[in-house]
Each structure stands twice: as C-alpha cells, then as structure tokens.
Design a protein around this ligand. Structure first.
Ligand code: SF4
Length: 190
C-alpha cells in the first residue's frame, strides 16, 4: 500500500469517526423524516403507492406515516386544497413541531391545477411555506421519491446557526403568516 503512495488508516482511524454536530444532526433529521398522514385527492393515491412495497418509501427512513401531527415533521400536500379545507390544513401544520418541512405534490397543490375556480386555493404556498414543489397531474411515485431526495439535500445543507438566529431574533411576520385561511375563504366566495 505504502509503495503505491497510499497510507493505511491507523487503528484509531478505524474506530473513530469525526464529524461536526451540525452535520450529524442534519444527517439524523434527513434520514428519519416522518410524514403526517394527510391526503386530499387523487395525488394521495400516488403518495400511498410510494409507501407500498414496489417503491418502498421506507428505505429513506420515512415510511412511518404518523396519525398525529405532533409526531410528524413533514407534510406532503397531496391533492386539491379547497377553500373549505384550508383552515384544517393550516391547523394540522401549526400542530407539527419545528423543524418541519412541506412538499407540494402535484399541480393542484403547487398552483391549483385544473381548478382555476372560486373554491380552490391556487397553490398551498398561500397558506404554509413549501420546501419542494413536484409538478404533474398526477406525478408518479418516482417523482415523489426524487422530490423527497431534494428535500433531504436541503435538510443536509441547513445551518444550525441560522435556526438559532431565527429563534432568538424572530424576523418580522412573513406574508404567509399574515394570511388567515378564513380570509382566503371570503376571497373565494366573492
Ligand atoms: S394534480 Fe391532478 S391528480 Fe393530483 S389531485 Fe390535482 S387533479 Fe388530482
């Protein structure tokens, strides 16, 4: 080995693995994201297919869809968000503990899809912050898996320093927070 210019790892290097706390925390979060059980329309069938044996969402450590938002850190918005459903969606989101993430799955969740009408929210990002948008009507389960891997990349590159800055220096209220779902209902019914 040494003749080839490659040094053998020492015994200490065999038994020790060095990393940063931030990297370790991001890795543990990215590989154990638990989605809340939440489906709204046809795209939810694709989400369920992703969780079944053929696509096996479990291999990302994320196959455990939680029945309580208090035990979940990912919301996959799969389907049409109607004005009537918006306050319930926001309520479920608010009950999820930080840090939490959201995926908009399909055209309806990203921009209203084919329902450009008075009763549909034109994109769930009008109610909650969205991390990954997945287009398609409906997107295939592979698209959800790819979008999920993008979310993992985002989690891996997140910074603990930024998170603590957010906690101790809260920013001014974001435009999303200032929108009450009830306003959207009134807008929709006009
Ligand atoms: S995007 Fe298409 S498949 Fe998905 S919920 Fe909307 S209409 Fe249904």
């Amino acid at each position: 080995m040494e003749a080839l210019g490659v040094t053998e790892p020492t015994l200490l290097e065999h038994v020790l693995m060095l990393t940063r706390v931030e990297k370790f925390m991001n890795w543990s979060r990215a590989t154990s994201v638990w989605p809340v059980t939440f489906g709204l329309a046809c795209c939810a069938i694709e989400m369920m297919a992703a969780g079944a044996s053929r696509f096996d969402f479990d291999r990302f450590g994320s196959g455990i869809f939680r029945a309580s938002p208090r035990q979940a850190d990912l919301m996959i918005v799969a389907g049409t968000v109607s004005c009537k459903m918006a306050p319930i969606l926001k309520n479920v989101w608010d009950q999820m503990p930080e840090p939490k993430w959201a995926i908009a799955l399909g055209s309806c969740a990203t921009c209203g899809g084919p329902f450009d009408s008075y009763h549909t929210i034109q994109g769930v990002d009008k109610i909650i912050p969205v991390d990954v948008y997945i287009p398609g009507c409906p997107p295939r389960p592979e698209s959800l898996l790819y979008g999920f891997m993008k979310l993992q990349d985002k989690i891996m590159s997140s910074s603990l320093a930024d998170k603590y800055r957010e906690l101790f220096e809260p920013p001014a209220q974001s435009p999303i927070e200032s929108v009450e779902p009830i306003d959207l209902i009134h807008e929709g019914s006009q």
